[in-house]
Design a protein around this ligand. Structure first.
Ligand code: SIN
Length: 314
C-alpha cells in the first residue's frame, strides 16, 4: 500500500500539500521557476509592495542550531513584477501548480489599492494578504491590531471577489484565538496561514557578545524548530474555531515528514516550508514528500483525508 499525498485546496488539485513559505526562494522569476520545476505541490511569490524594495541592511538572516532569525524587511521586486508572473503563468502553464500571489502593503490604503488592482486584473488564482510581517521598522504587525484587521477585511470584501487568504502572526492566548477567529469568521476568507515567524526574537552569539543580524539592533522573526509547537497550536486553534469553509495552511517548523504529519493532524490542508527550504534548497520538497509517505504508510494511512484534523485529546 503506497500512501498518496494528493490534496484538494479551494477546488484545485495538487500533487502534494507542500509549498514554499512566502519570502523563501521566491524573490525572482528565476527562483519562482525553480519552485515550479521542483517537487513542491504549489508555490507562492514573495510578499509584494507597490514599489520595489531593497529591504533591510545585511546581514539580515542567520541560521542557528534550532532554526533561524531574520529581518529581511520585505525586499521584493514590486507588485507589477509578480502580477505579470502569475498572470503569465496562468496563460502559459497548465501543470496545476498555479502560484499563489502574496501581497503586503505598508498601510491600509496600500493594501486596498493593491487588492483593487488584483481584482481588476486577469489573475484568477489565490491571493495571500500578509498581515504579519514583523520586520519593517516603525510598522507594527497588523494582525496584532484587531480593530485594524477587521477594518481592512471589511474594506477589502466590499470589492474583492477572488479567493483570498490571510497570513497571520502567531497568537499566544486563548482570548486572542477567540477574538481573531470571531473577526475572521465574519468574512468570506478562503484560508488563514498560521503562522508567520515569531516576531522580534533576539539571538545572542556569546562568543562575540553580539547580535547576529544588523537590522533593528538584532531583533528579528524566529523560524524553524523553535516555533513548531506555536505553529501547531495556532493551526489547531484556528482549525477548531473557524467556519469549515475557511481552510488552514500550516507554516512553522516543518523540516521532516513527521513535522508535516503533525501539522496535518492539527488540521492544516497545505503546508509551507520556510527555514528548511532556506537551508536545504528546493530538494527539500522531494525529501519531505518521501518522509511524509513513510510516516503515513507506517501508520496505515493511504490518504491525508483519513487523518487530517483528527488530533486526539486526553
Ligand atoms: C520579511 O521580508 O521581513 C519577512 C516577511 C514576513 O515575515 O512576512
Amino acid at each position: 500500500m503506497t500512501a498518496v499525498l494528493k490534496t484538494e485546496f479551494l477546488g484545485q488539485k495538487y500533487e502534494n500539500p507542500f509549498m514554499n513559505a512566502s519570502g523563501v526562494h521566491c524573490l525572482t522569476v528565476n527562483e519562482l521557476d525553480e519552485l515550479k520545476r521542483s517537487k513542491a505541490g504549489a508555490f507562492i511569490t514573495k510578499s509584494a509592495t507597490t514599489l520595489e524594495r531593497a529591504g533591510n541592511p545585511e546581514p539580515r538572516y542567520y541560521a542557528t542550531a534550532l532554526g533561524s532569525i531574520n529581518s529581511m524587511g520585505l525586499p521584493n521586486k514590486g507588485f507589477q513584477y509578480y502580477l505579470d508572473y502569475v498572470v503569465d503563468y496562468q496563460k502559459n502553464d497548465s501543470d496545476g501548480k498555479a502560484p499563489f500571489f502574496s501581497v503586503a502593503g505598508m498601510s491600509r490604503d496600500e493594501n486596498i489599492n493593491i487588492l483593487k488592482i488584483i481584482q481588476r486584473s486577469d489573475f484568477q488564482g489565490v491571493t495571500e494578504l500578509n498581515l504579519s510581517c514583523p520586520n519593517v521598522p516603525g510598522k507594527p504587525q497588523v494582525g496584532y491590531d484587531f480593530q485594524m484587521t477587521e477594518q481592512i477585511l471589511t474594506q477589502v470584501f466590499e470589492f474583492f471577489r477572488k479567493p483570498l487568504g490571510v497570513k497571520l502572526p502567531p497568537y499566544f492566548d486563548f482570548a486572542h484565538f477567540d477574538i481573531v477567529a470571531n473577526i475572521l469568521n465574519k468574512f468570506p476568507l478562503a484560508y488563514v496561514n498560521c503562522v508567520n515567524s515569531v516576531g522580534n526574537g533576539l539571538y545572542v552569539d556569546a562568543a562575540s557578545e553580539s547580535v547576529v543580524i544588523k537590522p533593528k539592533n538584532g531583533f528579528g522573526g524566529i523560524g524553524g524548530d523553535y516555533i513548531k509547537p506555536t505553529a501547531l497550536a495556532n493551526v489547531r486553534a484556528f482549525y477548531t474555531r473557524l467556519n469549515p469553509t475557511i481552510k488552514v495552511i500550516g507554516t512553522g517548523g516543518i523540516a521532516s515528514g513527521q513535522d508535516a504529519f503533525e501539522h496535518l493532524l492539527c488540521g492544516a490542508t497545505m503546508l509551507q516550508v520556510g527555514t528548511a527550504l532556506y537551508e536545504e534548497g528546493i530538494s527539500v520538497f522531494e525529501r519531505l514528500e518521501k518522509e511524509l509517505k513513510e510516516v503515513m504508510t507506517q501508520k496505515g494511512y493511504k490518504t491525508i483525508e483519513e487523518f487530517r484534523g483528527q488530533l486526539r485529546t486526553l
